[in-house]
Each structure stands twice: as C-alpha cells, then as structure tokens.
Design a protein around this ligand. Structure first.
Ligand SMILES: Cc1ncc(COP(=O)(O)O)c(C=O)c1O
Length: 376
C-alpha cells in the first residue's frame, strides 16, 4: 500500500493509534470542508445546488460502504441520535422489551432505558469477563423482544459481534437487530443486507475519518414501513418545498427521519471521507488493519503483555487492548504520548486502534516504547 503522508498529514506529527476515540482528518476531508466554508463566505447560497449534490453523493457513498442503497441512508447528528430514532420509531406494545449487553457504550443504552416511560423493559445481557456469546443473548431474548441492540464492535474490548447470528436470533423472535456501528464502520467490511441488519447508526469521527456531529442511520427498506417515525420535520415530508401546504406525508425512504436543515459542513467531510474509504476499498482496509494488529499482537506477546481483546478470527476488529503487570495502563499511555504515539486506555487496558494508513514503522515504534516502560 502506498505511503500516506500526503493524504494523512498527521503522520508527520505522530503515530495515531486512536481511531476508536477520534480520527485525525485526511487532507482531502479538511479541504472539502474548507472549500465549502470558503464558498459560503464568498458566495452565500450560490453554491447551494452543489451542496445538495454532495449530500446526495455522500448518501450513495455511505450506502456503498455498507452494502445499502442511498435511499436507506439518513444523515443524523450522532450515533446516539440514530439509535434514539430507532428506539422511538419501533412500534412497541406495552410489556415489550429491548435487549442490550451490560458492557455497551452508553450511547446504545440510554435510548432503550428511556423507553421505560412507554412501559418497555430494557433487559441487560450480562457479559462474562467482558465477553459476549450468542447464547448470552439467546438466554435473555423472548417473544416480547422487539429490539436486540448491539455494537458491531465493543468499544472497551474490541470484540466484533456476529451480526448474522444475532439478526437470525432477533428475527426468529420477531425483533429487529439494531446496530451501533461506530466502532466498525470505515474499518471493517460489511454487507448489512446480507447479514440481515435492520438499522445501523454511526457518527463520522472515528474509523470513518470524518468530523464529529454528522453521521448516518441505515434503515433497511424491508422494515421502513413497520416503523412509526417518532418525529416529522419539514424536510422529512413529501412536499417539503410547498412551505404552506402542510401535508404530513413522510418521504418514502429513510430521509423521512431527517427532520430539518442538514449539517452540510459535516456532510462535505463525510462524503469526502467515504470517497477515500471506497477508493482504498473496504476489503483492503480490513485486511490492512488486521495485518497491523497482527504485528502489534505478535510484538506485545514477546513483551509478555496480556491481551485483553478476544483473539478469535471472527471476533477480531481494529481494536487491540492489553495490560502488563509491570506498569499501569495510564502510565503506558502517557509514555507513548510523550513519544508521539497517540493511544488511550479503557478499564485498565491500553487500547490501540490503528487504521489502514498506519505503517509497520509506527507499530514498531509503539512496541519499542511499550518495551521500555515495562522493562522487557
Ligand atoms: C460504541 C460507541 N458508540 C457510540 C459512541 C459515540 O456516540 P455518539 O456518536 O452519539 O457521540 C462511541 C464513542 O466512543 C462508541 O464507542
């Protein structure tokens, strides 16, 4: 793979292994934003038709990245916003339940807990040693379950979920599979249609290489008609431009969930980032990330680190977590940071999350610093 210094100026400053936190921006993403903003500064709304085209292309690109059609994509403010739309739009009956693991990032918990006011129970699947199996979910799901809500990749362990199996489990009980996709989208290959995912939400600022505050919600057209849009705004209706002809007919596609003016600055970033990811190719990106994490794992084992992420081929992701008895994880993160290597820690483990443009030299520098601090 070509060297990426020009596309990723961050490489001149530091080795960035924190895409599970927030990404550095590729040059073309920063340029797309500044060109758009400069245009609005200099020409006001003259570029508006161009912006609309970028928004339409961004939808197509995001769809293509995950195996969906453009009309199954709505722009949303955040992962949480997408999950709230999902949670509130499912046609609940009093006494139904939503199922979610007890180690989920809170973005995928509060939208479900908040359904208590509608007499919907949220059932927490207990993880064992931070690990989740299909059986753990199967033990909690029943015929009153209307949603199984999972992270594609768990934020604190990097465990990748078996979405096909979870979709089958959910569907066999008449429930929807709702996916918090932010820790996988942009890093791992996915075909939402083939897997049977019903809804998936992700903001742009992690593996998608875009900015915060502008993400996407996928709504499968299989289920669009089942949902009851919990909000209806002026851009979500069929005759949006007939301002005074109030006709509450929702658009026939996922755009019905877009309530008002779009975050057009964020969309310029997301569109450019999705263009880059498609150019490199989701399969090659995933292969490259796995190769880099393989190298990290090999080096960490030599240093006698304990790997706290699951290591099965189907459970691996872009996230690798580790500990070492000789140093606290915060100490290791601080030492790495002092050497220009950006990481973070979660629950007593150092979390490393490289992207496709990272390279072997950066991995080896990281391993060298870890070796120095743990005295190996
Ligand atoms: C699994 C997961 N979901 C969601 C988020 C963030 O959600 P939002 O985009 O709503 O800020 C994070 C951020 O760390 C995350 O790790």
């Amino acid at each position: 793979m070509a060297t990426w210094e020009n596309e990723f100026p961050v490489k001149r400053e530091c080795a960035h292994f924190n895409h599970a936190g927030m990404c550095p921006l590729p040059a073309r993403v920063a340029e797309a934003v500044s060109d758009m903003v400069d245009g609005q500064r200099d020409r006001g709304t003259a570029d508006y038709p161009k912006w609309q085209k970028v928004a339409a292309r961004g939808r197509r690109r995001i769809g293509k990245l995950i195996g969906a059609a453009a009309d199954e994509i709505a722009y949303v403010k955040s992962t949480t916003a997408g999950l709230i739309i999902a949670a509130e739009s499912i046609p609940w009956i009093e006494g139904d339940n939503a199922v979610v693991a007890n180690i989920e990032f809170p973005a995928n918990v509060y939208p479900w807990l908040n359904l208590a006011r509608r007499d919907v129970e949220t059932r927490l699947v207990p993880a064992r040693d931070g690990h989740l199996t299909l059986d753990d979910y199967a033990n909690v799901v029943d015929d009153r379950t209307r949603a199984v809500a999972v992270s594609w990749v768990q934020f604190a362990t990097g465990q990748r979920s078996d979405l096909a199996a979870l979709a089958e489990l959910a569907h066999s009980h008449g429930a929807y599979l709702v996916v918090d996709g932010i820790q996988g989208m942009g890093a791992l290959e996915i075909d939402v249609e083939a897997l049977g995912v019903d809804l998936l939400a992700a903001d742009g600022h992690k593996w998608l290489l875009s900015v915060e505050g502008c993400g996407a919600l996928y709504v499968s057209r299989r289920i669009l008609g089942d949902l009851e849009p919990f909000w209806l705004g002026w851009t979500g209706v069929c005759n949006a431009m007939d301002f005074l002809d109030y006709c509450p007919e929702p658009l026939p596609d996922a755009k019905r969930f877009e309530e008002g003016s779009l975050n057009i600055v964020g969309i310029h970033a997301l569109d450019a980032a999705a263009g880059l990811l498609l150019e490199v190719g989701p399969a090659d990106i995933e292969r490259r990330i796995i190769a880099l994490t393989d190298r990290l794992l090999e080096g960490l084992r030599v240093l006698d680190c304990t790997i706290t992420s699951p290591l099965g081929a189907r459970e691996r992701s872009g996230i690798i977590c580790f500990q070492h008895r000789a140093a606290a994880s915060e100490e290791i993160v601080a030492a790495l940071s002092a050497s220009g290597i950006v990481t973070t820690d979660r629950f007593d483990s150092v979390r490393l999350s490289p992207h496709f443009y990272n390279d072997e030299d950066e991995v080896d520098r990281c391993l060298q610093v870890v070796g120095e601090i743990v005295g190996a």
